[in-house]
Design a protein around this ligand. Structure first.
Ligand SMILES: [Fe+2]
Ligand SMILES: [Fe+2]
Length: 257
């Protein structure tokens, strides 16, 4: 079975790209996981944006450092088991860090969301949180995918090797640029450092380019605005043996409008 994972959806352009291309991409996947931390105005997830992602075909929505960007997320986390936030956020934060979803073919799929600690805000150990979530999910299924939302490629690589043979796939999100290192690690874990961004092409990581240029040139903080214009969609298929949970192959997706 194939599972499609889509990288950070940024703003209206990102949501429109999903609406346009996901139905066809989903026809060859049993389940779709979408990182939605930037879906609403580039920061956070509103109720309306969540509805749009779900209508386009997102089965599970993961978050990241922008999880708390829109207040709607509290109700979404409370009422929708398919919306998850990093498992290594404070145990006092609302919502859950993993979920078990039912794929089109009936298979149960565990999805874990984690956040990195290198060049990011303080968080609990993503490695310990992964261990705990895997122990819980393995009672029900051996098919487990991990969205590791992290800045440092090295930390993402370490997570891939730490979980090698214990989960079906580890995919990175957050840096918004697709990496070409997708592979199957030797014990059957699919891996990619970053899925890339689903949003406006002519931008800096989805943000208005002139705003970011001004910020770097002048050193003066600027209010971020999401860019508009032509879109791109980034993600990766992981082909998984549903009996063993092992990844068999990976296939990157990069669509430019
Ligand atoms: Fe992001
Ligand atoms: Fe992020």
């Amino acid at each position: 079975m194939k599972i499609l994972c889509i990288g950070d959806v940024v703003g209206r352009t990102g949501r429109e790209m999903l609406n346009k291309f996901l139905p066809k991409l989903k026809s060859s996947a049993e389940l779709v996981i979408v990182n939605g931390e930037n879906a609403s105005h580039g920061r956070g997830l509103t109720r309306n944006s969540f509805d749009e992602l779900a209508a386009s075909g997102a089965d599970v929505v993961t978050l990241g450092n922008h999880a708390w960007g829109c207040k709607d997320v509290f109700a979404l986390l409370e009422h929708h088991r398919e919306v998850i936030r990093p498992a290594n956020f404070s145990p006092r934060s609302p919502g859950r860090g993993y979920t078990i979803a039912k794929a089109k073919n009936g298979a149960l799929v565990g999805v874990i969301n984690l956040i990195g600690r290198t060049f990011m805000n303080p968080a609990d150990s993503p490695f310990d949180a992964a261990d705990r979530a895997i122990d819980a999910i393995k009672q029900k299924t051996d098919i487990i995918l991990v969205d590791f939302h992290a800045e440092a490629t090295s930390e993402k690589g370490a997570m891939g090797w730490y979980l090698n043979g214990r989960v079906s796939a580890v995919f990175g999100t957050h840096t918004h640029v697709q990496t070409s290192d997708d592979c199957v690690l030797p014990k059957g874990t699919g891996f990619i450092s970053d899925l890339g961004m689903t949003g406006p092409i002519f931008s800096v990581l989805g943000q208005d380019r002139q705003t970011i240029v001004d910020r770097f040139v002048t050193g003066i903080p600027q209010k971020f605005e999401v860019a508009d214009g032509r879109g791109q969609l980034c993600g990766c298929y992981f082909e998984i043996d549903e009996n063993s949970g092992r990844c068999l192959s990976t296939e990157r997706v990069f669509i430019k409008e």
